[in-house]
Design a protein around this ligand. Structure first.
Ligand code: DGY
Length: 321
């Protein structure tokens, strides 16, 4: 029987994914499920043909150049790939794959949860109840912002942005969007396109960030752009923390310029800016956009489909390099 190829997973995997990996490969799993240092990754990868990593593992040029020659594929358990230096990978002949499509619905769902959670003061309401401070229904208690009839501006109208738009339409919202290119009419579904994000911002009662983390989107939501939003706008970020300049957003949440924010991602996570937590007008989640059993299994299986393809010399289904 042919010897199984060896594959390293930097973090623990969902059970079904781990079982398939162990069935088809000599799996080198992370027993403690903790973040490995670059040294530990380079050492653990010895003899492996593939590494399954996550967005928390930074594969910069220095680490990529140190990887053992046996490593042919880096399969990230994410659609986002800003943590990997693709140019360095390409230069070294390392294939990189990601997990597109399968997390669109789960992430769009969490975007609506953040939007509604922020608009309807969900954290304040839940805390009142759980802390035993609720004294009964009153006409003025915890009134939030109605979403129906409002305008939602979406930055980044890729798969997730479009799925957010579809859900928001169901809540009676009107869609505006800014994107590198205008969508075809059947994808646009009547949404209003803005060539420049700055032209969209004054139309955003709600703003949802759904663009990838790139040098162009770094700190997109800064003080100047916040000033372009209508007073009392609500901001949602389920893309990447780097899209938001925390100082500017926290100042706007404190002054009331921004009425509320629903955030699932943070710059420097899991160390989030400590000024967010005490703000009552925030609805905060720990990067759970894709966290459903179904989606995480599907993401893991795409990683494994890429391993299978590369192991047998076929093109992988979602190779980036
Ligand atoms: C992704 O797939 O990019 C998610 O944000 C998980 O990191």
């Amino acid at each position: 029987m042919a010897k199984k190829l060896r594959a390293l997973a930097t973090r623990a995997l969902p059970a079904a994914v781990g079982e398939r990996l162990a069935r088809d490969y000599e799996a080198h799993l992370s027993p403690e499920d903790r973040l490995l240092s670059p040294d530990e990754i380079a050492t653990a990868a010895e003899g492996c043909f593939a590494i399954i990593c996550t967005t928390a593992d930074r594969f910069d040029r220095a680490l990529i150049d140190r990887l053992p020659a046996s490593v042919k594929l880096l399969a990230t358990f994410s659609v986002g790939h800003e943590h990997i230096d693709l140019a360095a990978a390409k230069a070294r002949g390392l294939q990189v794959s990601n997990t597109p499509d399968v997390l669109t619905d789960a992430t769009a769902d969490i975007t609506l949860l953040c939007l509604l959670g922020a608009a309807r003061r969900a954290w304040e309401a839940e805390t009142l109840l759980r802390e035993g401070r609720w004294v009964g229904w009153t006409t003025t208690q915890l009134c939030g912002t109605q979403v129906s009839g409002k305008r939602l501006g979406i930055l980044g109208m890729g798969r997730i942005g479009r799925a957010v738009a579809a859900r928001a339409r169901g809540f009676g919202m009107t869609i505006h969007y800014a994107n590198r290119r205008r969508l075809a009419a059947e994808q646009e579904q009547g949404a209003t396109y803005h060539d420049r994000p700055e032209d969209m911002l004054p139309h955003c009662d709600f703003l949802s960030l759904n663009a990838p983390s790139t040098p162009d989107t770094h700190h997109f939501l800064n003080g100047e752009r916040i000033a372009l939003l209508p007073d009392g706008a609500i901001v949602v970020n389920t893309a990447r923390g780097t899209l938001v300049e925390d100082n500017a957003l926290i100042a706007a949440l404190t002054s009331g310029k921004i009425a509320a924010a629903g955030l699932d991602v943070f710059e420097g996570e899991p160390q989030i800016d400590p000024r967010y937590a005490p703000l009552p007008n925030t609805f905060l989640l720990p990067h759970i956009g894709s966290a459903t059993v179904e989606t995480r299994n599907a993401m893991g299986f795409i990683c494994l489909d890429n391993l299978d393809a590369v192991a047998s010399g076929r093109p992988g289904p979602s190779i980036l390099t």
